[in-house]
Design a protein around this ligand. Structure first.
Ligand code: IMO
Ligand code: MG
Length: 422
C-alpha cells in the first residue's frame, strides 16, 4: 500500500480537489498537513458541487478517514461551520474526521492583523485571502500561538487567551484597529471547542498505527509550490511549506515512508493575489473568464491567467520530487488556435532555465515561448489518452518532457469521470 503526497505545482488552484477525489479510491486516509481555510478545493459529484476549505476532500466518501494534522492552522469557527454545512447536505462527519491537538488556532486578531497589514501595504499588498493565515503561522514560529489542545480545558484556555489577547489588542490599537472583546471571544471559542472535542486527538500516533495496519495515506496539499514560504515568490507567498516536505513535518510521517509525489498542474497557469507571473496574458485571461472559468473558490476573485510556464514547472518537479503529473484543465485550451509554452526566461540579456531567487528579478523576466498548434475541438468527452485529438496528445507529451515528470492523469472537466489515466 503506497503513501502518496499530492502537491500543487504552480500558484495554487491547480485542481487539487478533483484529483484528490479521484485518487481517494485507492487511499484509506486523506490528510491535510499545512495551510488553513485559505484553501478552496472544489469537488463535483454528479450535480453536487462541494468546496472544502479545511476538511480533507476524502470526507465526501464513505469509509475514508480524514485527518487535519499538526501542520494545519485551524480557525475553529470556520471548521465548525464547514462541518455543519456538510452535515446539512447529508455528508457524515463523525468518527471519519480527526483533528490534531498540536494544530495551531487561527484567532480573530490574526484575521484583523492580516487585513490591517494588507491595507497598510497599499499597492504593495500580498493579496491574501484575509483568513489570518500569515499572522497565525507567525505566532506559531514566535512560540506565542494557541493550539487546538488548549481548547480542551476551558479554564486553562481562558487564562492563556487573556494573556494573548492583551498583547494583540495593544498591537491592534497601535494600528488604529478596534480591539477584540474577551468574553464573546471566549464564549464562541469554547462553544466551538465543545463541537470539536470528539475529533481532537494525537493524529501522529493514529497515523502511525494505521500504517502499521497496512492502511495507505494520501496527503492533500493546499496552495501550490510557488506559494511556499521557502521556495515561492517571497513575499508573495502563503506562510506554510506547500511543497512535498511539508507533508512530513505537517503530519509526523517520516520521509522514507512516502512512496510517490503527484504534482498537479493546469495545462496553462493561473495565480490569484499579487506577485510575479511572467507568462500572464490578458487575452487568455479574458477568454477563460468569458467561459466562466477561473474565479477563486475561496474569495471569488478573478484569477490571473497565463501560458504554461515550464521554467517554473521544472523547478516544481525538482523541489517536490514529482513522480507523476496530473495535468488539469486541458479542456480550457480547447478553443485556443495557437498555444504558447514558456521554455526559458530572459533577464538582463541572459537566458535562465530556473527562476531567480529575487522576486523583483522574477517579475522582470520575460518569457521565451515556443508555440504549439491548438486542437480546436472539445476534449471533454475523452476518457482514454487515445481519444484526445493528436495535437492535444502532443501538448501533454510536451508538458511532460519540458517538466521532466511522467504524466499520470489528464483532466478534461470538473466531473469525476472526465479523467484520463495514462
Ligand atoms: P488552494 O489550496 C490559490 C494565495 C493568496 C495570496 C497568497 C497569500 O485552493 O490552491 P494567504 O491568505 O495564504 O496568506 O494568501 O496565497 N493563496 C492561494 N491561491 N489557491 C490557494 O489555495 C491559496 N491559498 C492562498 O491569494 O496570493
Ligand atoms: Mg483555491
Amino acid at each position: 500500500m503506497a503513501n502518496s503526497i499530492l502537491v500543487g505545482a504552480q500558484w495554487g488552484d491547480e485542481g487539487k480537489g478533483k484529483i484528490i477525489d479521484f485518487l481517494t479510491d485507492e487511499a484509506d486516509i486523506v490528510v491535510r498537513s499545512q495551510g488553513g481555510n485559505n484553501a478552496g478545493h472544489t469537488i463535483v459529484h454528479g450535480k453536487d458541487k462541494f468546496v472544502l476549505h479545511l476538511i480533507p476532500s476524502g470526507i465526501l466518501r464513505r469509509g475514508k478517514i480524514c485527518v487535519i494534522a499538526n501542520g494545519v492552522v485551524v480557525d475553529p469557527l470556520a471548521l465548525t461551520g464547514e462541518i455543519r454545512a456538510l452535515r446539512e447536505r447529508g455528508i457524515t462527519v463523525g468518527k471519519n474526521l480527526l483533528l490534531s491537538d498540536c494544530a495551531h488556532l487561527v484567532m480573530p486578531w490574526h484575521r484583523l492583523l492580516d487585513e490591517q497589514r494588507e491595507v497598510r501595504n497599499g499597492k504593495n499588498k500580498i493579496g491574501t485571502t484575509k483568513r489570518g493565515i500569515g499572522p497565525a503561522y507567525g505566532d506559531k514560529a514566535a512560540r506565542t500561538g494557541l493550539r487546538v489542545g488548549d481548547l480542551l480545558d476551558g479554564e486553562t484556555f481562558a487564562r492563556k487567551l487573556k494573556l494573548r489577547l492583551a498583547e494583540n489588542n495593544a498591537v491592534l490599537r497601535s494600528l488604529g484597529a478596534k480591539p477584540v472583546a474577551f468574553r464573546p471571544l471566549l464564549e464562541s471559542y469554547l462553544a466551538a471547542a465543545d463541537e470539536l472535542r470528539p475529533f481532537i486527538t494525537n493524529t501522529v500516533v493514529m497515523l502511525h498505527e494505521a500504517m502499521a495496519r497496512g492502511k495507505s495515506l494520501l496527503f492533500e496539499g493546499a496552495q501550490g509550490t510557488f506559494l511556499d514560504i521557502d521556495h515561492g515568490t517571497y513575499p508573495f507567498v502563503t506562510s506554510s511549506n506547500t511543497t512535498a516536505g511539508g507533508a512530513c513535518t505537517g503530519s509526523g510521517i517520516p520521509p522514507h515512508r512516502m512512496d510517490t509525489v503527484i504534482g498537479v498542474m493546469k495545462a496553462y497557469t493561473t495565480r490569484v493575489g499579487e506577485g510575479p507571473f511572467p507568462t500572464e496574458n490578458a487575452g487568455l485571461s479574458d477568454m477563460l473568464h468569458g467561459m466562466g472559468r477561473e474565479f477563486g473558490a475561496t474569495t471569488g476573485r478573478a484569477r490571473r491567467c497565463g501560458w504554461f510556464d515550464a521554467v517554473a514547472a521544472r523547478y516544481a518537479a525538482m523541489i517536490n520530487g514529482i513522480d507523476k503529473l496530473a495535468i488539469t484543465n486541458l479542456d480550457g485550451l480547447d478553443e485556443v488556435p495557437v498555444i504558447k509554452v514558456c521554455t526559458a526566461y530572459r533577464l538582463d540579456g541572459k537566458t535562465l532555465r530556473h527562476p531567480p531567487a529575487d522576486t523583483d528579478a522574477w517579475a522582470r523576466c520575460t518569457p521565451v515561448y515556443e508555440t504549439h498548434e491548438g486542437w480546436m475541438k472539445s476534449t471533454s468527452h475523452a476518457r482514454k489518452f487515445g481519444e484526445l485529438p493528436p495535437a492535444a496528445r502532443r501538448y501533454v507529451r510536451t508538458l511532460s518532457s519540458l517538466t521532466g515528470a511522467k504524466p499520470g492523469i489528464v483532466s478534461v472537466g470538473a466531473a469525476h469521470d472526465q479523467t484520463i489515466r495514462l
